[in-house]
Design a protein around this ligand. Structure first.
Ligand SMILES: Cc1cc2nc3c(=O)[nH]c(=O)nc-3n(C[C@H](O)[C@H](O)[C@H](O)COP(=O)(O)OP(=O)(O)OC[C@H]3O[C@@H](n4cnc5c(N)ncnc54)[C@H](O)[C@@H]3O)c2cc1C
Length: 127
């Protein structure tokens, strides 16, 4: 059993390093980039930073290889909020929850979004 799971892990690592991304790998990577960018966004952004974030998000959605149509629709229903780190992170969390809901996944608690993406305050993150 241990050998099988060790082999699976090895296969997974090999696939990650050598195969094209599937929707799961791409999705995780994209969410990591987006939530991390939001977590490091300023508390008081300059107008140029707000504009740059708007452009970044709309370009990403425009060029995302799959699902961009639906996500664009979510963005139209609830336009991006670039006024501060908190506003942006909460907005993104809500958008991600819309995708979670569509995929039948439980919602993420947006009250702990900075624990997850900025502070990493759970014990395992400190290892
Ligand atoms: C813009 C976009 C649209 C997508 N649309 C689709 C689609 O229509 N159909 C499809 O099959 N896949 C879609 N995906 C991919 C999908 O959302 C997942 O990334 C993929 O299914 C892998 O899911 P996962 O369970 O590993 O966790 P992910 O959903 O990738 O989440 C990664 C981590 O983020 C954290 N997290 C979860 N929810 C939130 C939240 N609300 N706020 C903050 N952190 C959170 C959790 O710690 C989680 O482990 C989309 C991805 C993106 C970036």
């Amino acid at each position: 059993m241990a050998t099988t799971s060790a082999k699976l892990e090895k296969d997974d690592v090999w696939r990650m390093e050598n195969c094209p991304a599937d929707s799961v790998a791409l999705g995780r990577a994209a969410w990591t980039l987006l939530h991390t960018a939001a977590a490091y966004y300023p508390d008081r952004p300059a107008p140029s930073q707000m504009e740059s974030m708007r452009l970044f998000m709309s370009s990403l959605v425009e060029n995302y290889p799959c699902f961009s149509k639906e996500f664009k629709q979510y963005m139209e229903e609830e336009p991006i909020r670039v006024g501060s780190k908190k506003k942006l992170s909460e907005w993104l969390c809500k958008q991600h929850n819309k995708v979670n809901e569509k995929l039948g996944k439980p919602p993420f608690d947006c009250a702990i979004v900075f624990d997850r993406w900025l502070q990493g305050s759970c014990k395992q993150c400190e290892q």
